[in-house]
Design a protein. Structure first.
Length: 323
């Protein structure tokens, strides 16, 4: 499947990654893009099949030249996204996982922002797993990505960012990371953006499936997350002052999440001790004394004492199970 001969640059390149999913989910994803108020010349849909056991080609035939389909040897979602980024021609890029979909009405709001202000480099929006569509959107004033990171807890998933392709420069997803690839990518991308609109629009429908990466358990998930945190922490040392402060905040939040997940996933005092020793060796523990949020302040105080850590070990797994 190829694009038409129209040489007009698309407004948005939609990058859809697919791996061993029901084809009807992928079709729902593509249909949600086609429902947007974009002409064929304004959109580009690139579907990258990351070496699925069975190709979805038969199910995609009705789309004809509406999409570009690429099949590659299985190398992970990071590699699949990088493949599509290298092909994308659009002024902006939107990443969508093949089992999710865009919600037309709130996403149109995001498109309106870039249509009305073409100097906007990035629109950040929210996701939901609810079928209820909200039509009132609260947007923050334009700010730089660094300013946003200094004052707010950012959205980790790359799918909640509509961004100019030029913002990336040489930035790509790190191949081989099967959990946390977004957490490494999104703060670096934000720091490159000078004009960012943060919208409250819930424009992305996230399908929570038991096989999703977020449900991975065990040492691999924790190891990959720790690698991402350490990479970002070392990167912060090389940045200008404000960017460094912004990235340090994100690193601290990711470290808090890492400790939380260690407790919930392992439920082991010994495993927690070993993981805290790894963080301590990188200068990441104890958590830095900053009032980033009420939750962060509370969690930092609890993890700073042996009794607090014991209480967390005995309560967090139970709370997680109840939810």
């Amino acid at each position: 499947m190829t694009t038409t001969d129209n040489t007009q640059q698309p407004l948005v390149s939609f990058i859809v990654t697919y791996y061993n999913l029901p084809v009807d989910m992928l079709c729902e994803c593509i249909d949600s893009i086609l429902k947007l108020n974009l002409t064929p010349a304004e959109r580009e849909i690139i579907v990258v099949d990351d070496g699925s056991k069975e190709s979805p080609m038969n199910g995609l035939m009705p789309y004809g030249d509406e999409i570009i389909y690429v099949r590659q040897k299985n190398a992970g979602v990071s590699s699949a996204r990088n493949t599509a980024i290298s092909m994308a021609r659009g002024e902006y890029i939107q990443i969508v996982d093949g089992d999710d979909r865009l919600i037309p009405a709130p996403y149109e709001h995001c498109l309106d922002i870039i249509r009305q202000q073409r100097d906007i480099e990035m629109v950040v929006f929210d996701f939901t797993d609810s079928t209820t569509i909200e039509t009132i959107y609260h947007d923050l004033p334009v700010m730089s990505g660094s300013e946003y990171m200094l004052k707010h807890n950012i959205r980790g998933t790359a799918c909640c960012y509509l961004f100019k392709r030029t913002v990336l420069s040489k930035l790509r997803f790190t191949p081989g990371i099967h959990y946390g690839e977004d957490e490494e990518f999104t703060p670096q991308m934000l720091l490159r953006a000078e004009t960012v609109v943060v919208s409250g629009a819930k424009a992305y429908f996230y399908r929570d499936r038991s096989t999703s990466a977020v449900h991975q358990t065990g040492e691999t998930r924790l190891d990959h997350t720790l690698s991402v945190i350490c990479n970002l922490n070392r990167m912060a040392d090389t940045l200008p002052y404000n960017d460094r402060l912004a990235l340090r905040r994100r690193v601290a939040q990711l470290t808090m999440d890492y400790i939380y997940n260690t407790i919930v996933l392992t439920r082991s005092r010994q495993a927690l001790g070993l993981r805290l020793d790894l963080l301590r060796a990188e200068g990441l523990f104890p958590l830095p004394d900053h009032n980033y949020s009420q939750k962060y302040t509370w969690f930092r105080k609890m993890t700073n004492t042996r009794l607090g850590r014991l209480l967390l070990l005995n309560t967090l797994p139970l709370l997680k199970r109840e939810r």
